[in-house]
Structure formats: structure tokens, C-alpha cells
Design a protein around this ligand. Structure first.
Ligand code: ADP
Length: 488
């Protein structure tokens, strides 16, 4: 099949969270399976720094209209793809294409979307430009697709633009559009005047179109216009149809519920496999756990955690955002320490939450390690050493952290919501709690610690968690079926 994936981030090029993992891994999976697959990404500063010398200009520069003005677009390709081989699998043929949409005024910046001072004020223009450039670059390069798969609000305008402006173009005549909601909490809301920058007919600014309480909603464009909608777990697919989980879009989604599917993400085993992980000081597997103990020794020494080999280690790795339950996590930390646990946290995000955690780590020095920042290697080491991994999320569309944790032998204690409910088997591979409160989280931790103190039972649980199958094969197959048939 000819597949295009369009995303604002994809590993190994750019990642702030699960979206980057999913888009990059899907690309790799389809490529290995022999499909002709094209990935579109903005050419961010970090990508230019890493791959600059290897980039090749793919076509002549062209202007992209943005209201009454235009901005120049250049398109670059990367001749050799930087993917690690996967357990002997080689691509069936070489048509794996990564195309970078370049405009330095928009993308040559410190961050992808947001700085410490807040979101970039021109994010609407940056991603209108990206959406238009992707369609126009495809046309100019003569690329046609069976499926054009867009991800999250940054690419939400594409299905609508394609139908409106390229409906009769032979390039897209056979193209099925698929739009995936990775997180309904981020919709891309901008002032009404944004309609003029997009250049779509004003009739689209209404209840049945992009309008959302007087603003323009980029995600809604994807929801109304794409042929097929997906989100990243069956439970989340049900939750977003309700007022409690719909972020104001549940009505729109209910109208489209016949075309909405929940497909659980996998994790990329090329990156997340404890017996071949280059980030770890020692490797291990479910039948050889000694290496895990060695990883723990290493971490405890590096961060000088008190009695770190004897106390249970409870960890969190993730965005410090409201969604992730960082407030109840912070509230529960003193009690978890009183219970005898040490705490390890790696995260970055909301300055208020960062301050809250920094305060706690000062109060509990020696018992709590905190790294504020995005640190891939440390994240791998935490998964490989923690006994318990917390995901107290308010809501969680899929969640990768809990699956990575299980694969590395850290038992998740998580809220029963979205993909957490779909991937954790309570009492066998982890623990689920219901209420959104520090008390409920602590009840879950207490339950886990009771099992932890029974070494044999805990080891059994670790093995069950590590032996779960979270590979991409099944989910990638479901996407292919949707691309081909439009239904699951
Ligand atoms: P989300 O996409 O909502 O951020 P997920 O659980 O789906 O959450 O995915 C998070 C991914 O990002 C995981 O691979 C996790 O290890 C990684 N991650 C999140 N924060 C950090 C951080 N500060 N440092 C390193 N990796 C991180």
C-alpha cells in the first residue's frame, strides 16, 4: 500500500511524548512490512542539527499562501533512514521516505510548540503552513497515497483541505483519510480571524464546521472531514463520547461514532527491550533478572538514595501536566516515604508542578531523586530499576509509560481510565485504582507494597508483566485494515 503519515513529531527525529513514539514506530513498521510509506515532519532546529549534512532538497521551493501573504516552503528528504535493525527484519524494499517541511522562521526555534513562557503565539500559522505544505509538496512530487493518516490537532486541517481544494486532483482521488486523536485535551483553539489565514470558505466557520464557542478548532476539522477516525484505546474511544471525557466535542464525536475505532498503541521493541538496551549499565530479561538488580545498584549509587537496595523504589516518568495526576502524586509522596519507599521522578512541564516537586525533593533529600528535564537515558534506567511505576492520570488516552514499565519489570499502579484500563491486568500485571485522589493512589500503592513484601509473589508478577505482548504487530495490522477497507 501507499501510506502517508503526517505528524508534528516522530521518533527518532522529534519527540515530546507518546505521539512521537507512535508516529515514528508506525512508519518503521509499515516500512519493514514492505509498504511504500512517506512520513511528513516539520524541519525543526534539532532535526537540522542532527541530520543537516545528509538532507537533500526534494523539490523546488514553493510559496504557501497564508491569508494575504505567502511564506516560502522548502522540502527536504533524508536518503538513508536512521532506524536500528529490528531483530533480523529488513525492509522488503527501500521506499521509506521521510520528507521534512522547512521554513526556518517557523521551525528553527528552541522548542517544538511551547517555551517556559507558554505556547508560541503563532502556532496556528506554523501548523496551517505545515498542513498546506504537506498537500502541495505531495502534488508537486507526484506522490499519491491509498491512505493519508494524520495525527492530532497540528494536522487536523489536512483532511478538510484535501477534500475542499484537492477533491478533483488525481493524486488524491483514491486516498482514504484517517485521523487519529492521541489526546482530545489538546485541540488547537485559535481566534476566529484564523479562518482568513487558513483561506477556507467562511461557510466552514459554523457549528457543523470548525467553529467551537467562537474560536477555530483545528482538531474538529479532522473529526468532521476524515473518512475514518481512530483513537488510541477502546476504553478511551468510549470515554470521549461522554460529556465527562469529550472536552466539549462529544456531540461531534457521537455523530461520527460509526467511523471511530480504538486501537491500542504498541511500544517499539527496537528501543524498549531490556536485554538489548544500550542505555542500561546491565541487561536483563524475565528469566535472567540479575541484571535488573545491577541497574538498581547503579542508580542508587549515582543518586545516593538512602538504603536504596532494601527499600521499594516508586517511580514516575512523564510530562508534568495536569492530565498526568502530578497534583495527587505530589500530595501522596510524603506518605509513600513514610511507608518506607524511595521516590524517583523524571519529568518536565508545567513550572508550577516542577516547583511543587522541587520543594518535595528538598524536604526529602536522600529519599527522593528528581530530574526536571527530558532525559531519554535516565528514563530507560528508571524503568529498569523501579519496583513500582505510577500513572495516576486524570485521563489517559493510551499511555506508553505503563507498557514500558511492565516490559522492564516495574509494576504499574495506575488509575482505571483509558488505555491504562485496557493494558493492565489488575492483580496479575499491575494495580488499578478508581478515584482521582491521593487517598486512592495511596490505597493502590499499599496494595502493591503488600505483594512486594512477598518476594516470590512479586517475582511472579514481574515475570507476568514482562512477558506481556505490547509489540506493534497487532495494532499496525489493524491500521492497515482500516486503510484498506475503512472498517475494522
Ligand atoms: P504522553 O504521550 O501523554 O506524554 P505516554 O505515556 O503516552 O504519555 O508517553 C510518554 C513517553 O514519553 C514515554 O516514552 C516516556 O518514557 C517519555 N517521556 C515523558 N517524559 C519524559 C522525560 N521527562 N524524559 C524522558 N522521557 C520522557
Amino acid at each position: 500500500m501507499k501510506i502517508a503519515l503526517v505528524s508534528s513529531e516522530a521518533v527518532p527525529f522529534a519527540k515530546t511524548g507518546g505521539l512521537g513514539d507512535v508516529a515514528g514506530t508506525l512508519f518503521h513498521e509499515f516500512w519493514l512490512a514492505g509498504h511504500e510509506v512517506t512520513l511528513f515532519l516539520p524541519l525543526y532546529r534539532t532535526i537540522r542539527a542532527a541530520y543537516g549534512a545528509r538532507l537533500r532538497e526534494a523539490c523546488e521551493s514553493f510559496p504557501v499562501p497564508l491569508g494575504s501573504e505567502t511564506a516560502p516552503c522548502r522540502v527536504f528528504s533524508l536518503p538513508k533512514l536512521p532506524f536500528a535493525p529490528k531483530a533480523g527484519r529488513k525492509p522488503a524494499h527501500q521506499i521509506g521516505r521521510v520528507l521534512f517541511i522547512a521554513n526556518d522562521a517557523f521551525y528553527d526555534r528552541d522548542e517544538y510548540y511551547t517555551t517556559a513562557d507558554g505556547a508560541y503565539p503563532d502556532n496556528h500559522v506554523r501548523f496551517i503552513f505545515f498542513c498546506k505544505a504537506v498537500l502541495e509538496a505531495s502534488r508537486r512530487l507526484g506522490l499519491s497515497f491509498d491512505a493519508l493518516h494524520c495525527h492530532d490537532w497540528q494536522t487536523g486541517l489536512i483532511p478538510l483541505m484535501m477534500k475542499e481544494w484537492y477533491g478533483t486532483s488525481p493524486h488524491f482521488a483514491q486516498t482514504r483519510t484517517v485521523f487519529t486523536i492521541h489526546n482530545l485535551g489538546y485541540q488547537g483553539l485559535f481566534p476566529a480571524e484564523t479562518m482568513d489565514v487558513i483561506g477556507l470558505d467562511r461557510r466552514w466557520f459554523g457549528m457543523e464546521g470548525l467553529e467551537f464557542y467562537g474560536q477555530v478548532n483545528f482538531l474538529k476539522a479532522g473529526l468532521i472531514a476524515a473518512d475514518v477516525l481512530t483513537t488510541v484505546s477502546p476504553t478511551y474511544a468510549r470515554e470521549i463520547l461522554t460529556p465527562a471525557g469529550g472536552f466539549g466535542l462529544d456531540g461531534v464525536l457521537r455523530k461520527r461514532s460509526g467511523s471511530l475505532y480504538g486501537i491500542v498503541n504498541g511500544i517499539d521493541y527496537a528501543e524498549w527491550t531490556p536485554y538489548s538496551d544500550p542505555h542500561l549499565p546491565s541487561r536483563f530479561s524475565s528469566s535472567h533478572l540479575a541484571g535488573r538488580a545491577w541497574c538498581r545498584r547503579h542508580l542508587v549509587k549515582e543518586f545516593q538514595l538512602a538504603e536504596g537496595l532494601d527499600r521499594p523504589l516508586i517511580a514516575f516518568v512523564g510530562r508534568l501536566a495536569d492530565q498526568k495526576g502530578v497534583d495527587i502524586l505530589a500530595e501522596a509522596i510524603p506518605e509513600m516515604i513514610t511507608m518506607g519507599a524511595n521516590i524517583a521522578i523524571v519529568g518536565k512541564g508545567d513550572p508550577k508542578l516542577q516547583e511543587l516537586l522541587l520543594g518535595l525533593s528538598r524536604d526529602h533529600s536522600g529519599r527522593m531523586m528528581l530530574m526536571i528535564g527530558f532525559d531519554e537515558t535516565l528514563a530507560h534506567r528508571i524503568y529498569a530499576t523501579a519496583d513500582i511505576f505510577l500513572m495516576p492520570s486524570r485521563y489517559e488516552p493510551c499511555g506508553l509509560g505503563q507498557m514500558i514499565a511492565m516490559r522492564y519489570g516495574a509494576i504499574p499502579v495506575a488509575r482505571r481510565t483509558g488505555g491504562l484500563a485496557d493494558t493492565i491486568d489488575h492483580g496479575r500485571t499491575g494495580f488499578l485504582f478508581d478515584g482521582y485522589s491521593a487517598a486512592s493512589l495511596l490505597a493502590g500503592v499499599r496494595e502493591a507494597l503488600t505483594v512486594w513484601s512477598d518476594r516470590k509473589a512479586w517475582k511472579r508478577m514481574i515475570r507476568s508483566a514482562m512477558d506481556e505482548d505490547f509489540s506493534w504487530a497487532r495494532s499496525a495490522g489493524q491500521y492497515l485494515r482500516l486503510y484498506r477497507e475503512g472498517i475494522l
